[in-house]
Design a protein around this ligand. Sequence first.
Ligand code: SAH
Ligand code: SF4
Ligand code: F3S
Length: 462
Amino acid sequence: MHEPRKLYVKSFGCQMNVYDSHRMADTLAREGYVETQDPAEADLVILNTCHIREKAAEKVYSELGRLRKQKQEAGSDTMIAVAGCVAQAEGAEIMRRAPVVDVVVGPQSYHRLPELLAEAKAGKRVVDTEFPAEDKFDHLPAPTRAATRKRGPTAFVTVQEGCDKFCTFCVVPYTRGAEVSRPVTKILDEAARLLDQGVREITLIGQNVNAFHGEGPDGKVWTLARLMERLAQMEGLARLRYTTSHPRDMGDDLIAAHRDLPQLMPYLHLPVQSGSDRILAAMNRKHGRDLFLSLIEKMRGVRPDLALSSDFIVGFPGETDRDFEDTLDLVREVGFASAYSFKYSARPGTPAADHEAQVSEEVKTERLAELQKLLEASKSAFDAACRGRTFDILLEKPGRQPGQLIGRSPYLQSVVVNDPPVGIGELLTVTITDVGPNSLAGVTAETPPSPVLSRPLAAMEA
Ligand code: SAH
Ligand code: SF4
Ligand code: F3S
């Protein structure tokens, strides 16, 4: 018998890439590839890349440099494929800059990987960055039970892809194309299969997930809220999440779902980017500061234990000290449980890249440091307020010490427990005893989960 061929996939960027990497691995499993964690022993390496900021995009070239060296030194004939958003955005450039690359494949063509690899084996260097008419999801095989087990009790399901919002800083509408929602039945089938394979928590993903408008089994258009209502009725589903949302698409039915669906976790990632109306307008975010704040007010009204996370960009072209102050002020007002923040990175082909009033690197660095300090304090305040609280965690993996398991809180915090009475894949009610910078510690609770928090916990008292 042949040795199985080995596949190493490395994902950069967002959850969509993680999901896509799994789908590619599932596709290639049929071709006899098994996954390895070691690129040196791989017959095929796939880099699933991200184009969102310059630094992210450049990573692929340093990674390719390393692979080239490794190939040379070992004298191996490892095939190298570049997938994801850099592949989509600069496929030809990759081929030119990195002769080591055999295949470039854009996100809409992953189902064609087996053919593309066959062509590459025959000695051709291939680029496929088409947006084909057929639906790739119809051709991407589902994971085997063993693959799902290995990935643990949580899973992503793509429900929507692409974006029609065209924020002036962002490459996603170009790399992922126009917004497309998957049909409801296909999503439900995928979810049912995952649940049957032991998954307990599903995160619905999309670049603009709350703009979901998939065709329902009744022929009507279903919203994300309606889809989640249906998912929440499925046996075995303990937890439901969705990401990433746009403030403009937080419909009333979605807000109500946070009140009505017990499986829906009280944690929402809602990127705001800036607290300044002027900058929000220049970013083409299609909403102002007030809409964001009033949404949060509404959501906390229906779900008082709701915690929030967000994304921020500092140094967008034209951003003044005053605009930046508005961002800091919004952060103080909301009290985020967690957040990502970035320096504005000019991306080729996006409108903001040509703006004259680019902010200097120095100012961006200062502003980012100040914002991150505030966000860090906000996160610490949220974590600290969890001490003594009792909530369910979903046990996901072994901890460092024998007998320890690590689970996730409703707020995605890692919680370490010693000698839990149940195993991985189970929910356990714990009381938080310690709060560290990267994780919390808990003990099996004597009592049921605490009643919902009151608002002041989420708001930062600093
Ligand atoms: N679809 C999501 C986020 C997509 S990208 C949304 O609408 O918010 C993830 C985050 O990367 C964005 O929220 C933004 O904060 C950041 N980002 C996107 N383009 C960027 C750029 N050109 N420079 C810096 N950060 C950027
Ligand atoms: Fe990019 Fe804006 Fe679309 Fe988000 S909503 S993916 S930031 S264009
Ligand atoms: Fe990056 Fe593409 Fe996701 S640019 S953030 S991998 S959609």
